[in-house]
Design a protein around this ligand. Structure first.
Ligand code: 13P
Ligand code: SF4
Length: 300
């Protein structure tokens, strides 16, 4: 039996669905039942009929799926696949920040721990941060955690000012304005799409600032034959598959998230075989975190 046949057989036996983020290695995206950005995956997680969810992504994503599915088993095939940005703020730090800003509402990027979600009023993803923030009155003070870049971008788009936490994504922090200039010179006419986790000079130099799912939709609707993609390079696999006649150039070839790449097809197989690693969230934190995720899903 091939590896894929073994995975399919175990999937049937366990009644399992495989979800994968757009940054996963191509061979993992190819074996998944559904691939998407964080918002699409969170939505999908509200509509699962299998007993087991194998989540090919990083820890906070599996945790979000577990929070939304308390009666199902959620497996993360690489237990050590974390997100350094999510770990840049602790519950204690957020509680201290809230105490300094009584009356402020807390928006948390979905790239955060369950404890941070539980301490927040509403989650956002890179796909809906502007729409979610816009639903709060202008006079409402907003604390935005943990990504200072997505927070600054959202505030800037709305002409508002947020209390920002200085978190960031180490992978997107490697992208620079100079790289944008060099890529434009090398590929004239190719639109530059970047993720809102990029620093401001990179966002300002780009043609569009989009979530990974937003990039896929943008490209489908454009006539240009080539695009420069400023985000984690895993998304190029999906873009190339959906647009075989178009060419995609990474803004930075080394923009690879080491955590996203910890999952392999072999680990998916072992995960299903051993039912490892099950992601569990303490019920009280899960209940409060779920409120923040559902508040987001109710808005957009
Ligand atoms: P999206 O796919 O939601 O744009 O998220 C990017 C990301 O960094 C996930 O870790
Ligand atoms: Fe976290 Fe950045 Fe990796 Fe996304 S790409 S999982 S934000 S470290």
């Amino acid at each position: 039996m091939t590896l894929i046949e073994e995975i399919r057989e175990l999937q049937k036996k366990r009644n399992a669905v495989i979800l994968a983020h757009n940054y996963q290695p191509g061979e993992v995206q190819d074996l998944a039942d559904f691939t998407g950005d964080s918002l699409e995956l969170a939505r999908k997680a509200t509509d699962i009929h299998s007993d087991v969810i194998v989540f090919c992504g990083v820890h906070f994503m599996a945790e979000t799926a577990a929070i939304l599915n308390p009666d199902k088993t959620v497996l993360l095939p690489a237990a050590d696949a974390g997100c350094p940005m999510a770990d840049m703020i602790t519950g204690e730090q957020l509680r201290a920040l809230k105490a300094q800003h009584p009356g402020a509402k807390v928006l948390c990027y979905v790239n955060s721990t369950a404890e941070i979600k539980a301490e927040s009023d509403c989650c956002v993803t890179s796909a809906n941060a502007i729409a979610v923030a816009q639903s709060f009155p202008l006079a409402q003070e907003i604390i935005f955690v943990p990504d200072r870049h997505l927070g600054a971008y959202t505030a800037e788009k709305l002409g508002r000012s947020f209390v920002l936490w200085p978190g960031f994504c180490p992978t997107h922090a490697r992208l620079t304005e100079q790289q944008v200039r060099a890529a434009r010179a090398a590929h004239p006419g190719a639109p530059v799409l970047v993720h809102p986790e990029c620093p401001k000079p990179v966002r300002d130099a780009a043609d569009a600032v989009l979530s990974t799912g937003g990039m896929c939709r943008y490209v489908l609707g454009r006539p240009e034959p080539a695009f420069i993609i400023g985000t984690e390079t895993g998304i190029l696999h999906r873009l190339a598959q959906e647009n075989p006649a178009k060419t995609f150039f990474p803004l930075l070839e080394q923009a690879v998230c080491p955590n996203m790449k910890k999952i392999t097809p072999e680990k998916v197989l072992w995960s299903l075989r051993d039912m490892q690693t099950a992601i569990a969230v303490p019920p009280d934190i899960a209940r409060r975190a779920r409120r923040s995720i559902e508040a987001m899903l109710a808005i957009v």
